[in-house]
Design a protein around this ligand. Structure first.
Ligand SMILES: NC(=O)c1ccc[n+]([C@@H]2O[C@H](COP(=O)([O-])OP(=O)(O)OC[C@H]3O[C@@H](n4cnc5c(N)ncnc54)[C@H](O)[C@@H]3O)[C@@H](O)[C@H]2O)c1
Length: 376
């Protein structure tokens, strides 16, 4: 199979997630990075492209979209790994020309752009993959499969949290700088940056949508213009209740994403920092530890695993799973085949749900943690 010709927007020298996307795209060897507009100025974009030895380097994403669409062997897909406020404008240029988009979260920096991007994706016929990468972990797939198969019965309670500590004091390096600027990050700080991961993970595992929420957001660091801590109560469709905590000011926490789901007949627990294990407690029975590729793990987890149990798989492999599922969908699109039902990467619609979540948190908190619906 010929490798998918991939371009990248963002991810220049000194950027964080662009490098992760490049590694993830290569783990299963299904992509070839051939073009990029990697930075915000032409000089940095050129220098960053040269550092990677890219065959085609562009000054900006619009020029790249126009020229690549005209080439006989131009890119088939583009990864968008810029700060949030650029996602919409960049994605639109590629979708308009039928180029598939793999975009990082949150979908956009505001709700209006998110709605327009959904329309742009629907009108384009190209695929839109959103890298909520935690959905690519084997034991997250296992949890989702178990919930769907009724292993814990009807869901009653969801506890999800994503605490970090890296913004406990004011920071001036670039990743911190744009994340704390509402113009570039969006109105949500921790809610947009990591709350969206927690919200998406809860939806993904339970299969339930959040209908309404009550959020108490704070910017604890003096002068900070976006939230750095959020406590959010959730009401899911069908009556389940939840709590979501996102924080970037919780010393001792690095990427402590964790979820616990309780149903009428049992519970499940998973933690991102110990990702190869899933705890399952059937009601009135001892806890069971399900291990990746080990006893008790099912087909959904096996599809996402590469190596025997006991050898850790984690962040990069989870990311690669999203890329490889995207490759399956892109190849199916290329061949005019339907996409396999087991392909579960998040889409532009999941992205809209995430931006609705942030918008609702901000609206609720402004009204002293009043209950608000996610859809206005
Ligand atoms: N899924 C995850 O786990 C995860 C983790 C980190 C970041 N992210 C997301 O990835 C995105 C990037 O985050 P980061 O931490 O890598 O940021 P970063 O600041 O490290 O990198 C951003 C890059 O985008 C470039 N850029 C800015 N404007 C541009 C433009 N107009 N055209 C081309 N390039 C441009 C910058 O020069 C830089 O190279 C954000 O949306 C963030 O929310 C996701």
């Amino acid at each position: 199979m010929t490798r998918i010709r991939l371009g990248m927007v963002g991810g220049g020298n000194d950027a964080f997630i662009g490098g992760v996307h490049r590694i993830a795209s290569r783990i299963d060897d299904r992509y070839e990075l051939v073009a990029g507009a990697l930075s915000s100025t032409p000089e940095k974009a050129q220098a960053s492209g040269e550092a990677l030895g890219l065959p085609r380097i562009y000054d900006d994403f619009k020029q790249m979209a126009i020229r690549e669409a005209r080439l006989k062997n131009g890119i088939e897909a583009v990864s968008i790994v810029t700060p949030n406020h650029v996602h919409y404008a960049a994605a639109r240029e590629f979708l308009k020309r039928g180029i598939h988009v793999i975009c990082d979260k949150p979908l956009t920096s505001n709700l209006s752009d998110a709605k327009k991007l959904v329309k742009a994706a629907e009108n384009s016929g190209a695929l839109f993959i959103l890298t909520h990468n935690y959905t690519g972990y084997p034991m997250v797939r296992q949890a989702r499969e178990m919930v769907a198969n009724g292993a814990i019965g009807k869901i009653r309670v969801v506890q999800v949290e994503y605490p970090q500590d890296w913004l406990t004091v004011e920071q001036d390096f670039k990743q911190a700088e744009w994340r704390t600027d509402p113009e570039r990050s969006g109105a949500g700080g921790s809610t947009g940056d990591i709350g969206t991961h927690a919200h998406n993970l809860a939806r993904f595992i339970t299969g339930l949508e959040v209908e309404s929420l009550a959020a108490d957001l704070d910017a604890f660091v003096p002068g900070r213009r976006v939230d750095d801590n959020g406590h959010v109560m959730l009401r899911f469709e069908g009556g389940a209740k939840g709590m979501l905590w996102c924080s970037q000011v919780a010393p001792g926490n690095e990427n402590a994403l964790r979820i616990r789901v309780y149903g009428e007949t049992g519970g499940l627990e998973w933690a991102q920092e110990d990702p190869n294990y899933l705890w399952h407690t059937p009601l009135d029975e001892p806890k069971r530890l399900i291990t990746r590729n080990g006893a008790g793990a099912g087909d959904a987890a096996a599809r996402m695993s590469r190596i025997p149990p006991g050898h850790p798989e984690g962040y990069l492999e989870g990311f690669a799973n999203i890329y490889s599922e995207a490759a399956e969908a892109i190849e199916a699109h290329r061949d005019g085949r339907p996409v396999d039902a087991e392909v579960l990467f998040p889409t532009v619609h999941d992205g809209l749900r995430g931006v609705e979540f942030v918008d609702a948190c901000v609206r609720s908190s402004a009204r002293n943690a009043a209950w608000v619906n996610l859809r206005g």
